[in-house]
Design a binder for this molecule. Structure first.
Ligand SMILES: Nc1ncnc2c1ncn2[C@@H]1O[C@H](COP(=O)(O)OP(=O)(O)O)[C@@H](O)[C@H]1O
Ligand SMILES: [Mg+2]
Length: 245
């Protein structure tokens, strides 16, 4: 079997005495869409920041693309695409300038940058607004642009932190189509959401509550285990006081 795209063992992060991520162990395979579900404050963003090499864990182990998050965080940053919860687009630059800028950040040479920009603009339907300011285009478009920027260097591992929050259902569906295509190409995708129905787009999901992993499995398995017809039902049944470990 291929080695996993990422693996954690008892990964933890404390802020002072507060435990934001509590001994979480997961593995994500290449080509897998792995969902991170949980209410606000569950620890999803903290988990992603540790895996991106942006935040040092307080304990446990994590390897991303075979690299150690403690010792090789710079090398990890080159192998991942990251779309942060509040995305990092420059709103006073145009759509084209944002693509240009991020292509430069990822160190693509001029010719490669141009080719990738054209490719991704066509694929993501970005041509219509290339000259418009990123801050002035509709939110759904901005989200596609943010994803395009994170994919310019064709990273094998993608971290998407609530990429669909705030957009309408139709834009969310088409955004998930883009995520699925990246996974089909072999990328490992770790995506957080608080929309329970989006769990259905994931191969496997984990549910976090108060820093702990409280469930892990394919959406169908979790629904069967908890005798619930929907992921929303699974989520609610897990959050009953007696279910929290
Ligand atoms: N830099 C920080 N300092 C102190 N507490 C933090 C910090 N970052 C996150 N937290 C706390 O950790 C918990 C988990 O936050 P976060 O990972 O952002 O959750 P989520 O993304 O699931 O909403 C929250 O209670 C949050 O207030
Ligand atoms: Mg978050």
């Amino acid at each position: 079997m291929n080695s996993p795209a990422l693996r954690t063992r008892e990964l933890s992060r404390r802020f002072g005495r507060f435990v934001a991520v509590d001994r979480v162990s997961i593995e994500v395979a290449q080509g897998e869409i792995f969902g991170f579900l949980g209410a606000n404050g569950a620890g999803k963003t903290t988990m992603i920041r540790m895996l991106c090499g942006l935040l040092r864990p307080s304990g446990g182990e994590a390897r991303v693309a075979g690299l150690d998050v403690y010792k090789e965080s710079e090398a990890i940053k080159r192998r991942i695409g990251y779309m942060s919860q509040r995305f990092s687009l420059y709103e006073d630059l145009s759509v084209a300038e944002n693509l240009e800028f991020f292509g430069g950040v990822y160190g693509l040479d001029r010719a490669h940058r141009r080719r990738r920009q054209e490719e991704i603009c066509a694929e993501f339907g970005l041509e219509a607004h290339l000259g418009a300011l990123a801050g002035a285009v509709p939110l759904g478009f901005r989200q596609r642009l943010a994803l395009a920027c994170a994919l310019l260097h064709q990273p094998p591992i993608l971290f998407l932190d609530e990429p669909t929050s705030g957009v309408d259902p139709q834009a969310r569906r088409s955004f998930w189509g883009l995520i699925q295509r990246e996974a089909q190409r072999g990328a490992a995708v770790l995506v957080t959401t608080h929309f329970m129905e989006e769990a259905e787009y994931c191969h496997r999901v984990s549910i976090m509550a108060a820093g702990k992993l409280v469930a892990l499995g394919a959406p169908g398995e979790l629904k069967a285990q908890h005798a619930q017809p929907t992921m929303q039902g699974v989520f609610i049944s897990l959050l009953k006081p007696e279910a929290v470990p």
